[in-house]
Write a protein that binds this ligand. Structure first.
Ligand code: MG
Ligand code: ZN
Length: 456
């Protein structure tokens, strides 16, 4: 379901069903048979609160707000030039690598160590070696940094397909990964050669390219046993069919489900000639017609679970809602909110699965914080003649419960909004989830999942 403004009855039902607080959970058997790791890209408490206010009201909650275990995770990143020195803001590559492979690395690195570039095994690789099935589901290109961190090893996240391997004027790092130079090839080539049983997301254009020897990555994937599907009908037709599956439902990042009414987004604050502030026009969120008939994150997650449920020795799956980050970069609160809703819907599917398979660990994590903040509008100091308004951009979003929420994007005046360096929330339920409490490090999540599954 992806209806925006007309979703009020559903929203109220969900809010009532939540009821507040966490639900107790009986001790679970260990080791866990399955693990499902969600990553909300760019999720921090502020991004969650913005979406929660809109979707469920200020007193409502996401499905994962009711999970019995919750922690704050430090986002640690180090300098590539000196891995002994911390950097205080991460990206999806360093955050994804911390969660997937348990190491603190530098920004832009995919499951490789800062400095020397040594590859680090990922949860999906360890699970596969132990005979488990593995899956990746995302709303980005499956070659993008978050999913790549679970399946590929490369020193630069932008080496997504063969065409990205050519050196640019300022950066030749992809060259080291060329097969001609003894490397594993681009991220798409590494995916085509991987053991991952199921990958669903975007990124067709990174596969529809010839590699160094002139062979397209798509044919490499097919030769390696992947059935390739490109739409919802193809996905349905693949249900019940054995073998590896590669679903590419868009050329790159998938379109988001929601946009602002009249393309509403954050704008610079403007003033009248007398200096008084002009309130930016408020807007609600509506369906994005560009989303089309492709499967939603919820539908991809449900499909993946149905398939992975058949694994004789269990599975490990990563599910990413990617565009919380990507829409925050663009100052588009409705894109962020719709994508956070997609995350919540997918987590609901996993929670229902976990209720039937209590030997499943479910973790909802984040890779780094982002730019958007809820601010008072008008200013708390509006009565003062020297009242200040935020120097960046502001959107005023009309919520479903009848309020107007002002969201400030204040990290960049000209190009994209920036990531921020806050700690990020983690939620967990199922066997091994008790490790998710207090203040942890992102990289601890690797060990929590690994130990829960008995993979060490
Ligand atoms: Mg991502
Ligand atoms: Zn980002």
């Amino acid at each position: 379901m992806r209806t925006a403004l007309v979703a009020v009855p559903w929203v109220l039902a969900a809010a009532v069903a939540w009821g507040g607080g966490t639900t107790p959970e009986a001790p679970q058997p260990t080791p866990a048979r399955n693990a499902i790791v969600f990553i909300g890209d760019g999720v921090d408490d502020h991004q969650l609160t913005i979406a929660r206010n809109y979707l469920f009201g200020a007193s409502g909650g996401f499905s994962f707000d009711a999970f019995p275990y919750r922690a704050a995770a430090r986002v640690l990143t180090v300098l590539e030039s000196d891995p002994g020195i911390p950097e205080y803001v991460g990206d999806s590559a360093s955050g994804g690598t911390a969660i997937a492979a348990g190491v603190v690395t530098s920004r832009g690195r995919i499951a490789t160590r800062a400095g020397d570039g040594r590859p680090v095994p990922t949860l999906l690789e360890l699970a596969s070696e132990a005979g488990k099935w593995t899956g990746i589901v995302t709303t980005s290109s499956i070659t993008d940094a978050t999913p790549a961190s679970f399946v590929a090893h490369i020193n630069r996240r932008y080496c997504q397909g063969p065409r990205d391997m050519r050196p640019t004027a300022t950066d030749s790092r992809c060259l080291q990964a060329l097969k001609a130079n003894g490397g594993p090839g681009s991220i798409a080539e590494q995916i085509a050669a991987s053991d991952v049983d199921l990958l669903l997301g975007g990124g067709y254009r990174h596969f529809d390219q010839p590699d160094e020897s002139g062979v397209s990555v798509l044919s490499q994937a097919r030769d390696a046993g992947y059935r390739v599907v490109r739409d919802a009908a193809g996905l349905s037709a693949a249900a019940g069919q054995p073998g590896k599956l590669l679903g590419l439902f868009g050329d790159d990042t998938l379109p988001v489900e929601w946009v602002g009414e009249r393309d509403g987004r954050a704008t610079s604050v403007a003033f009248e000639a007398d200096g008084s502030v002009i309130d930016p026009a408020s807007f609600g969120c509506v369906d994005n017609p560009e989303f089309g008939t492709r499967p939603t994150l919820e539908e991809m997650t449900a499909f993946a679970l149905e398939r992975l449920e058949q694994a004789p020795d269990g599975f490990v799956m990563m599910v990413e809602s990617a565009s919380i980050d990507k829409q925050a970069h663009q100052g588009r609160p409705c894109g962020q909110i719709g994508e956070t809703r997609a995350l919540d819907e997918a987590v609901r599917v996993a929670t229902a699965f976990q209720a039937r398979h209590t030997d499943t660990l479910v973790v909802v994590a984040s890779d780094h914080g982002h730019a958007a903040q809820i601010i008072p509008w008008p200013s708390l100091f509006a009565s003062r003649p020297d009242a200040q308004y935020p120097p960046g951009k502001v959107a005023r979003v009309r919520t479903l419960e009848g309020g107007v929420m002002a969201v400030s994007y204040g990290t960049n005046a000209t190009y994209q909004e920036e990531h921020t360096g806050t700690q990020v929330p983690v939620f967990a339920r199922g066997p091994g989830a008790a490790g998710v409490h207090g203040l942890i490090q992102q990289a601890d999540l690797f060990g929590i999942v690994q130990r829960a599954l008995g993979l060490d």
